[in-house]
Design a protein around this ligand. Structure first.
Ligand code: HEC
Ligand code: HEC
Length: 239
């Protein structure tokens, strides 16, 4: 709570600056990366490794381009979570990129997850969707974009290992209800809103059942995706 209030304080202090905000936000940034990210690790865990709260995602090791896109989306209000929207308000792109690169380069061990009982039918249904998609609804297999080992794809597609079931359901729900949007064309918006509730539950259950391996984001510049995604430019280059 203290952290949240502190952050809202920082957000409104920056907002109050108005005219000079762009320049003064940059001035106020402390000059070591460890100091800069202290505001982040209270919620995202030391080195961005994640915390017990399932809704607070791990940052470490995700593709820098993906993390950067999320920071821009929070700053610009395309992805909504009030404490982060405030914290990032007015921060310049270059600074967001440096924070993204910082967390992308870290690789602390994954959190140990408590054992969970899962329905074998849900796990099987989730595996089918993740590996084969749902052709009747034109939903491509998740692995075509997120990688055969689900380690993600440079520059903009995150891995799907180590995400907890409630987080995955919440993010797919956020896309469906417009609380989370990515750069157009927003391929995940189409996918999330084409999945039924039981399909979302199956996918979330299956993903959470997978061991966290050392799979890293793939680098296959120019590879054609089954749907166009604004956050994954097809012709290579930084987003
Ligand atoms: C008050 C807690 C809190 C603080 C402080 C915080 N975050 Fe977050 N962050 C969250 C939550 C919760 C989410 C997930 C929001 C959602 O459901 O979309 C999130 C999401 C993210 C994401 C998207 C991750 C993904 O996998 O999609 C990034 C990147 C991120 N935060 C970076 C940061 C950085 C960098 C800082 C420090 C400048 C920071 N956060 C500070 C709580 C926090
Ligand atoms: C056409 C390519 C594509 C396909 C197919 C695809 N995704 Fe994605 N996915 C993306 C992109 C791009 C992002 C990052 C969007 C952004 O910038 O916010 C993403 C992000 C996500 C996230 C957010 C992860 C996080 O850490 O917050 C989840 C969850 C996700 N996808 C689940 C799925 C599931 C489940 C499927 C299969 C049913 C799937 N995706 C199929 C391209 C794809």
């Amino acid at each position: 709570m203290k952290i949240i209030l502190g952050m809202i304080g920082l957000g409104s202090a920056i907002a109050a600056g108005h005219a000079a905000a762009q320049a003064s936000a940059a001035d106020r940034i402390p000059d070591t990366m460890e100091a800069r990210v202290q505001a982040c690790t209270g919620c995202h865990g030391p080195q961005g490794r994640g915390v017990e709260n399932v809704y607070f995602p791990r940052l470490a090791g995700k593709p820098a381009g993906y993390l950067y896109n999320q920071l821009v989306a929070f700053r610009d209000g395309r992805r909504k979570y009030v404490p982060m929207n405030y914290l990032l308000a007015y921060l310049p792109d270059a600074y967001l990129m440096r924070m993204a690169e910082y967390f992308a380069a870290l690789n602390p061990p994954p959190l140990v997850q408590p054992a969970v009982k899962r329905s074998p039918e849900q796990v099987r249904e989730g595996q089918r969707i993740v590996t084969q998609g749902i052709p009747a609804k034109k939903i491509p297999a998740c692995i075509t974009c997120h990688g055969a080992e689900l380690g993600g794809r440079e520059p903009g597609i995150p891995g799907l290992l180590g995400l907890r079931a409630d987080y995955v359901s919440a993010q797919l729900g956020a896309w469906r209800f417009g609380v989370r949007t990515a750069l157009a064309p927003d391929c995940m918006q189409f996918i999330a809103s084409s999945l039924s509730e039981p399909e979302v539950a199956a996918v979330a259950t299956y993903l959470a059942s997978l061991p966290v391996t050392a799979a890293r984001p793939l680098r296959q510049p120019g590879m054609r995706l089954p749907l166009a995604c604004g956050s994954q430019p097809q012709k290579g280059g930084r987003p």
